[in-house]
Design a protein around this ligand. Structure first.
Ligand SMILES: [Zn+2]
Length: 294
């Protein structure tokens, strides 16, 4: 049997413009796939209309193109995939691996971990609202290619988590798993702010009988108070600099050392030839002081 072709992906949510953090994920996922001769796909995660900002998916696509990040193949929009998500929910319900939950927000603890109120049936007087995935104490540990072994247990983090919301929208965790399989993604390269989601996604993959891709979580920039620096970044090379400078900043953040002053196309050629994941800082976060000032 031939080995699976390498397929990477970048999957932004249209909840704002492309910023430095998302550029780092785009550049890392692109180089990891393309330097191995693989494909790099783009997926717009537009499954949560209340959170979306009008026009941002078009602006993200425009900015990626301007930066030389052109996907292989058509862009997948999650808003077009609701039937596939519904089928996955039904499969899990049929297997007894998911169940309806009648809890409203006030029934739940502030810790964020579901106490299991509806695990054995919805209590009298409640109506089904959402669908939850039944988390068993099974082992969803994995080896992150950059962060090392990760042994998060969803039973401790989230408990049984929502896969279809009370408002009828599908949860991020479910949509990602269904679409990574649909797009035949073999490697996920994304920000370490999503590391906590990975064990839940692996549990879902196993429950649905899907293969898991490999995972590599890149460091994210945080502010001194520990918050993720994203839209409120004080200096954003995506907006304020020419494309070559913005890509160069992302490469430097990822530990790669391109010669300065290259044109955009020369910079990409250099990056594809020299991409070395051993140079990426193996931490979850990096303070902005450690990055080049922009
Ligand atoms: Zn419940």
């Amino acid at each position: 049997m031939n080995p699976l072709p390498v397929v990477g992906r970048f999957a932004p949510s249209p909840t704002g413009d492309l910023h430095f953090g998302s550029l780092v994920s785009a550049v890392g996922s692109y180089l990891e796939a393309r330097s191995a001769g693989g494909l790099w796909l783009l997926r717009i995660e537009d499954i949560d209309p209340p959170r979306e900002i009008k026009g941002s998916s078009d602006r993200i696509i425009h900015d990626l193109n301007r930066l030389g990040l052109v996907p292989d193949g058509p862009i997948l929009y999650q808003s077009s995939r609701r039937d596939a998500y519904q089928r996955a929910v039904e499969r899990l319900l049929e297997k007894g691996l998911a169940y309806p939950c009648g809890c409203s927000r006030k029934d739940l603890s502030k810790s964020g971990k579901y106490p299991g109120n509806c695990r054995n049936g919805i209590p009298p007087g409640k109506k089904p609202r959402s669908i939850r995935f039944r988390v068993e104490a099974n082992d969803c540990a994995f080896e992150d290619r950059l962060q090392g072994p990760v042994s998060d247990n969803p039973a401790d983090i989230s408990g049984d988590f929502i896969i279809k919301r009370a408002d009828g929208l599908f949860a991020y965790q479910l949509a990602v798993v269904v679409d990574d399989d649909f797009q035949r993604v073999t490697q996920v390269v994304r920000g370490a702010d999503l590391l906590d989601s990975t064990s839940r996604q692996i549990c879902l993959q196993r429950a649905l009988g899907l293969d898991s891709p490999s995972y590599m979580h890149l460091p994210v920039v945080i502010s001194a108070d520990g918050k993720k620096l994203s839209k409120r970044t004080q200096s954003d090379p995506v907006k304020h600099h020419d494309p070559a400078t913005a890509v160069e900043q992302a490469l430097l953040f990822l530990g790669q050392c391109p010669p300065s002053g290259l044109s955009l196309s020369s910079l990409w050629n250099w990056a594809l030839d020299h991409w070395n994941i051993n140079l990426i800082p193996g931490t979850r976060t990096i303070l902005p002081d450690n990055t080049l000032s922009v």
